[in-house]
Ligand binder design. Structure first.
Ligand code: SF4
Length: 380
């Protein structure tokens, strides 16, 4: 895996910025000015940071420092308002970041209570949205129902590149601070728990810098068990969603080969031990694949797995895609699966697919620019 070669300011913490400015014989308060400019004001270039003296901006530039904001190079707009952005990093690698306006059908991205609050006023409504963020270029996990898996993994994203996607999309969507109404889901390209340090650093910067509360963030993991334990010990952390997708080991290993490394008993033990906060629930995601994992018997197995936990299940009917060996189940089959879970006392929700027509829905993030309909403009 290669790393970007630019000296990006985006991605530095306040402490790291303080060390930098002190080394350059600048007063310590310059660090806060930089921090605010990068994360709150979303500066695109050093020259736009007018709180800094011109000479200091020039000095930073001469030393090879730049803002390091990733560039939106293409965007695809769906009929339902979802926008899929192709975001380019300094080394030319691209990931996809998705903007879903007005939450996710009342589920605020992950079905949490965050979206249940009553709010009024058009301004507030306009600011309500969920951004789906990528954590790696491609993905190594190889879930069989996922288009991103077909790319393999090219490299991890740096913390600044993860934060940068959010900053770039907030800029593009002209979202004015405060950003408390923005939900983030780390469910784009990549497995965040295989890029754990950068992911967690990005979370802290998004909270402290960009101003998005951690309670409005959800990270989804395919089941990297040791990192689930680490994640539970974090002082500041998003909510946790676990991709289940199989109700027994045989089935789950067929759909998610990762299950051979960390099987269901390891995974469910980690889930049961996960320290939930007051009013917090775990989410299990279950992609329904016609004739594979969508039978009533499998719904009963899922309820056995989840029984007794403070958790809910999000059901997602497979988003069809080229090159995938699975079909989308009938709506009635999805409803029946849900009814079985609900009857056993497990909250279960059917996720409305977003941006299906532009390949922006779950498991569909892949650079499909050759085939993607709905492109509206090149903004880069
Ligand atoms: S579903 Fe997520 S973890 Fe699985 S291959 Fe796709 S991007 Fe990776």
């Amino acid at each position: 895996m290669q790393s970007p070669t630019h000296n990006s300011l985006l991605g530095l913490t306040l402490q790291e910025l303080t060390e930098l400015v002190l080394k350059q014989n600048q007063p310590a308060y310059r660090a806060q000015q930089l921090f605010d400019a990068l994360y709150r004001q979303r500066a695109e270039q050093l020259n736009h940071i007018f709180t800094l003296p011109r000479e200091y901006r020039a000095q930073l530039g001469e030393q090879g420092w730049g803002v390091g904001l990733p560039r939106i190079t293409r965007k695809f707009e769906s009929r339902d308002g979802t926008v899929r952005y192709l975001v380019e990093m300094a080394d030319g690698e691209t990931v996809e970041t998705v903007w879903m306006p007005e939450g996710d059908d009342g589920e605020s991205g992950d079905g949490s209570e965050a979206g249940d609050e009553i709010e009024s006023g058009m301004a507030a409504a306009r600011r309500r949205a969920t951004i789906c963020v990528s954590s790696q270029v491609g993905c190594a996990v190889n879930c069989r129902f996922c288009l991103t898996a077909l790319l393999g993994v090219k490299r991890n994203l740096e913390a600044g590149e993860i934060v940068g996607q959010v900053v770039a999309v907030l800029r593009e969507q002209k979202v004015e601070p405060p950003t408390q109404r923005i939900n983030l889901v780390f469910m784009g390209m990549g497995e965040p728990f295989l890029n754990y340090e950068n992911f967690m650093k990005a979370v802290r910067l998004l909270v402290d810098g960009v101003g998005i509360p951690a309670s409005r963030m959800t990270v989804s993991t395919a089941g990297i068990v040791p990192r689930i334990h680490d994640f539970g010990r974090e002082a500041v952390r998003p909510k946790l969603a676990i991709s289940l997708n199989g109700s027994n080991d045989e089935l789950r290993s067929a759909v998610m080969p990762l299950n051979r490394k960390w099987n269901l008993s390891d995974l469910m033990q980690a889930a049961r031990e996960f320290p939930l906060r007051a009013r917090e629930r775990l989410t299990f995601e279950y992609v329904l694949l016609a004739g594979v994992n969508d039978a009533p018997e499998q719904a009963r197995e899922v309820s056995e797995l989840v029984r007794g936990m403070r958790a809910k299940v999000n059901l997602i009917a497979l988003n069809p895609g080229p090159e995938l060996p699975y079909q989308t189940p009938e709506q009635e089959r999805v409803l029946h699966f849900q009814r079985i879970l609900v009857a056993s006392g497990i909250p279960a929700f059917i996720r409305r697919p977003r941006g299906r027509d532009i390949f922006a829905a779950c498991g569909q993030l892949k650079r499909t620019i050759d085939v993607a309909p709905g492109e509206v403009e090149d903004s880069g």
